[in-house]
Design a protein around this ligand. Structure first.
Ligand code: ATP
Length: 329
């Protein structure tokens, strides 16, 4: 089957505008006015500390935020999926957009063979016969680099390592040729060498299939190596977005700069660990103005009165700060 991804890499497969997620009584804003695009064949990293709203953003994009209020526009290859009825949405999930999670062991069904889990997905979404679905599942297990795909097909999750299970999850996610893959910290539960193998695999699949990938991560190393563009999130809002080279050469938001400064410099033995002072604020008690102001060395009274709007500095690049860093110092 031909991938349905557009061949023009500039086409936005995902276009999100003003996405907002709140608790049912609207007292807590978990995701606040988020706007981003992911192009075909592009990996956008959504970067931020724990608790800043990355996972909630990914669940909102999949329309899986049961019980919470969600508003804003979500467009998948030109089609509005924010208002799509749930029945149609469940056909889009897995078929047009797919997601992989942190812990593959818990995402897989422990009492079904992994091959059967994949073939059930392709039978449901693509209407293949049992035999064709099995063949497709074995081909997918091979594509994600599992050495003995026929044997793997009949294995149960507990018979495979964590890295193998994540490859199975990726095979299942790409089984129906989605145009968008959302990967929520897919390597966090894996050891370092396996992390690299899984990230390399996602990179290869992105290029080969032309999928857009939204990569949720707090790992700057992953961002620097694999992402094409980066969106930095803090306390539910995007505070900076840029292509990866620009972001690493001039991190304009003081929060982005703080994250970069927190990376240890292995070549400088005298380099001490730096940590951004303070912690991410509780969403139920956000300070007025810019949420980062209490931790920011550049903040002044302006910053505690209003949230700074977007200052753009190139295509798809912006920073939300009254005192952005102008150049690397
Ligand atoms: N149903 C809910 N009601 C209120 N607050 C919630 C709800 N669900 C999540 N939150 C809060 O929303 C914030 C964002 O959570 P989220 O899991 O999206 O963060 P994250 O950036 O993905 O963190 P991590 O990297 O640890 O997964 C957290 O402070 C969390 O406590």
């Amino acid at each position: 089957m031909q991938p349905r991804s557009p061949s023009d890499p500039r086409v936005a497969v995902l276009d999100v505008a003003a996405l907002t997620v709140t608790t049912p009584d609207n007292s807590i804003v978990i995701v606040n006015d988020l706007t981003l695009q992911v192009a075909a064949g592009e990996m956008l990293a959504l970067l931020g500390e724990s608790g800043c709203g990355k996972s909630m953003t990914s669940l909102a994009l999949m329309r899986l935020t049961n019980g919470l209020n969600t508003s804003g526009r979500i467009t998948l290859l030109g089609r509005d999926i924010a208002t799509t009825p749930e029945k149609a949405m469940s056909a889009i999930r897995g078929r047009e957009m797919a997601m992989i999670f942190q812990n593959p062991m818990s995402a897989l069904n422990p009492v079904r063979s992994v091959g059967r889990q994949i073939s059930e997905t392709v039978r449901r979404h693509m209407g293949l016969s049992r035999k064709a679905a099995r063949q497709r599942a074995i081909a997918l297990l091979e594509e994600v680099g599992l050495a003995d795909p026929v044997r793997c097909y009949d294995a149960y999750p507990h018979e495979l390592s964590g890295g193998m299970c994540q490859r199975v999850m990726i095979a299942m996610a790409i089984s129906c040729d989605p145009i968008l893959l959302i990967a929520d910290e897919p390597t966090t539960a894996l050891d370092v060498t396996i992390q690299k193998q899984i990230m390399d695999l996602l990179h290869i699949l992105k290029v080969r299939r032309g999928m857009g990938i939204l990569m949720i991560t707090h790992d700057l190393g992953v961002v620097a190596t694999y992402a094409d563009r980066v969106a930095v999130m803090y306390a539910g809002r995007l505070v900076e977005q840029a292509d990866v080279h620009t972001l690493f050469s001039i991190p304009r938001h003081p929060y982005t700069r703080g994250l970069m400064d927190s990376m240890p410099d292995l070549e400088d033995a005298s380099d001490l660990f730096y940590a951004i002072p303070g912690t991410v604020p509780e969403l139920r008690a956000l300070p007025p103005g810019c949420s980062f102001a209490p931790r920011c060395t550049r903040a002044d009274t302006n910053c505690t009165h209003a949230f700074p709007g977007h200052t753009t500095f190139g295509a798809n690049s912006f920073v939300c700060c009254f005192h952005p860093v102008e150049a690397a110092t």
